[in-house]
Structures are given as C-alpha cells and as structure tokens.
Design a protein around this ligand. Structure first.
Ligand SMILES: [Zn+2]
Length: 448
C-alpha cells in the first residue's frame, strides 16, 4: 500500500530527468562552455593531450565553437594502456575517490578514475538511464552486473540507490541462486548483460519455473555487449520482461552514456556530459545524420580523467529527429556491431551480429553459437557451431542435414559467404556470466 502511494506521488516527476528536455539551443551552449573548460583542463594537466595539441600548434583558446572539436586530437584505447596506470589522470590521486579497471585478458588492464564530482555525475546519468526505462522507487532490482573493478555493477548500483529503488547487489554467477532470489525476493526489475539473462531464462525453465507465471520481473536494462532486436524479441516473448538497451563504456564513464526511452527507437545520449561525433572510420570526416559511422565521444564534465575524442569502435548513426518521448537530447541507433568485432573472410567484412540474425531468422533458436575461423591450404574457412534444442538432435539424420542446410542458406543470404554448420547438443556452448565470446579466430594458429 505504502509502496503504491510512493509510486503515485513520485513516479511522475524526476528532477534529474529535466536535463533530458532542455531546449536544444541551451544544450549547445552548455556543451560549448564545457568543451572549452574540459579542453583547458586536459591541456593544463595531462601530458599526452598537451603534447598532441602542441604538435598541432593548438591552444585551448582556439576552441571557439562546437565544430572546433575537429581540431582536437583523437584518443584511442592503446593510449589508456600506454599511460597505465595514472598517466591520463588530470587531478592528483588524493582527489580520486574511485578506481575501476577493465578485466583485460591480455597485458595490462586500463584504469579509470573518478573524483567526488565525477561520481555525482555518474549517479545522475544512471538515474536518468533508469527513469528512461521506467524504473522507480518501489522496484526491487536484481543487479546482475559484476561488482568489483568492472564499472557495470557499482555504476548501476549508485543510480539505483539514487532513484530510491531496493537494490540486490547479487553480481553475476550462481545461476540457480539468481533464480531463487528473483522469485523469493519478488524482484520487479533486472540489470544484466543480455546473453547472461538469456542463460537465466533457460535455468529457470530447467527449475520448472515460468517467468510470466512464477516471477514478478517487469522490466530490465541490458547492456555491456552489443545485442540484436531478435534477442530482444526473444527475451520479451519468453519472459514478458520489457527489455531496454543501455550504452556506456569504462573509458568514458561506464554505463550511463546513453539509454533507450519507452519509445525504444534508439538510445538518447546524455549530451550535456558527452559530446557525440559520428565519423567515417576511414577518412575520420563527419558523416551526415542518419548515416552510419564510428561513434567518437568527448567527456564534457569528467574531472579525474577527461577524454578528448575517444574512438569507441562502435558503429552507429545519429538520429536527430524529435523522439516521441519529448526528450531533446539526440539519439543514436542501437549498436549491434563494433568495428573491433568485424572479421574479414575471403575479402568480405562480416560482423558476428549478422550471423546471429541469420540464425535467429531460421529457427526460433536461442542465440548460443560460436564462429570458428580456420585456414586450410591457404583458404579461410568459417564454421558456425550452433546449439539446437533437444528435439532436433538425435532424430533422423535427414532432419539434421536439412537444418544445417537452412542455417547455411540463411547465412549465405545475409553475408554472401558459405559457412560450415556444426550442430551441437544443448548446453555445449559455454554460457558466459558477463559478455559472451562469439568469435574464435584460429587462422594464424600452427597446425591448422
Ligand atoms: Zn525518446
């Protein structure tokens, strides 16, 4: 009863979200002011930025308009590795109240830092993210993102507390316990990577539970890896959970860079804190609104670690049209692919998401698959290992062959390439508790 009253009183107006509705002209002024300030801050305090700007004969006061951002140097991921651990920090370590780091399986991780004011900004953008997805006080939220050095868990956590939700900081893993908690604690909302949540759907089924019948989860925010519309359809149809996409990356702030609203037609970027450019990845020139290119982001308010023109490798486009929700901050198209993930086989550019769409088009199959690239006698070969449901394996050989052919035809229609299809038993493809690994490129391995 009390919970419902709170929703009614406070569920209608969220002061933090007011910034999402700021008039465009005012927003551009805020951006320009902040761009000037952050450029000066980065120049004065970070050797790498000062050196690169000096090489271009550029001073902070040369930034006079938003278009002048094109004068500034780019930042790439290796810059963060090369300056490990604190080389890009613009404040003394005594000002830094939080450190996070990427899990980096190869070499050194990348380290990111936050001042107290950065933490406040982070909390605010996560609150705006959560309001966009319809989260509110009274929600019992199972936060399945990893807690620890990864920005996902604690990032979402701050915003969840900020909106007054009841947070369960469960982190990833221990799938049966996840389902038990979801049921017993009467969880109403979820934060998770989409691939792990899909795994949890299977676990619930094995435990004899039906999401729609036995659980109270109504909505979820899903991110930290690219995912496709067919995956969203699968989640929503199987569980009745409204699935919202969120976007962010540790180098910029963590989760909280952008989020879908109830229209779910692209992700609004919190433009008062992050300046968006979409560039042709080859020429690095801007592309017109609506055209795909690489997303490049500049942090406009980050004090501990300002980042100028970070090349995210994510491929998307700007949607500058007004959104049905009335937010004035612009949207980017959902990111289903990264230029990093792209592989080239026999001269053709292929993204794992294209394979996923091809598989999902063919059968209402869970997207448990792996792409294995090998080289034999100098020729590249692509093998797609697909997990099928119990009924399909072990039946007549003819059925298996016809299914393999249908998968192969669908992949060929989308990519123009032939793929060998290996059907594997349910549960064979390892389930990830975080981001799913889809691509295994073994072309340069000995003996292949
Ligand atoms: Zn909207």
């Amino acid at each position: 009863m009390i919970r419902n009253l709170w929703n009614d009183l406070e569920g209608t107006f969220f002061p933090e979200s007011a910034l999402d509705f700021m008039p465009q002209s005012q927003l551009r002024q805020v951006q320009l002011q902040r761009l000037k300030a952050i450029t000066a801050h980065a120049y004065a305090n970070v050797d790498l930025f000062r050196k690169r700007m000096d090489e271009r004969g550029l001073k902070p006061q040369d930034i006079r308009s938003l278009d002048d951002i094109r004068l500034l140097p780019f930042t790439v991921k290796s810059d963060l590795r090369d300056t490990y651990p604190y080389g890009l920090f613009a404040v003394p370590i005594s000002e830094v109240v939080r450190l996070h780091a990427s899990s980096g399986t190869t070499g050194k991780p990348i380290v990111v830092g936050y001042t107290a004011s950065d933490m406040e900004v982070w909390k605010q953008v996560i609150m705006r993210t959560l309001y966009s997805a319809g989260f509110h006080r009274g929600d019992v939220v199972q936060n399945i993102y990893g807690y620890g050095l990864f920005t996902g868990g604690l990032g979402l956590h701050g915003g969840l507390e900020g909106i007054g939700a009841t947070v369960i900081p469960i982190s990833g893993g221990n799938s049966e316990r996840q389902i038990m908690v979801m049921k017993d604690f009467e969880v109403t909302a979820i934060c998770s990577t989409p691939s792990y949540f899909i795994h949890l759907i299977e676990v619930a089924q094995k435990m004899g539970l039906d999401f729609k019948r036995d659980l109270k989860v109504k909505r979820g925010v899903f991110g930290a890896e690219p995912w496709t519309d067919p995956m969203r359809d699968y989640i929503q149809q199987t569980t009745g959970v409204e699935a919202y996409d969120i976007y962010g990356l540790s180098e910029i702030i963590g989760p909280g860079v952008g989020a879908e609203c109830h229209c779910r037609d692209g992700l609004h970027i919190f433009e008062d804190h992050f300046l968006v450019e979409i560039l042709d990845p080859e020429t690095l020139e801007p592309v017109p609104d609506g055209q795909e290119g690489e997303l490049v982001l500049t942090t406009l308010s980050k004090q501990a670690m300002p980042i100028l023109r970070y090349r995210t490798r994510d491929i998307t486009s700007i949607d500058a049209r007004p959104c049905g929700c009335g937010r004035s901050i612009r949207r980017i198209k959902r990111i289903s692919r990264r230029s990093d993930d792209m592989f080239i086989i026999r001269g053709v550019n292929v993204f794992p998401s294209q394979i996923e769409i091809a598989l999902l088009k063919t059968e209402a199959n869970l997207p448990h698959y792996q792409i294995v690239l090998t080289r034999k006698s100098g020729l590249d070969r692509m093998c797609v290992r697909v997990e099928v449901s119990g009924e399909l394996v072990g039946d007549r050989i003819a059925d298996i062959e016809s299914l393999q052919k249908r998968f192969a035809r669908s992949i060929e229609q989308i990519t123009g390439l032939h793929a060998e299809i290996e059907l594997v038993q349910p549960g064979t493809i390892p389930r990830s508790e975080g981001k799913a690994k889809r691509l295994f490129d073994k072309r340069n391995e000995e003996g292949v």
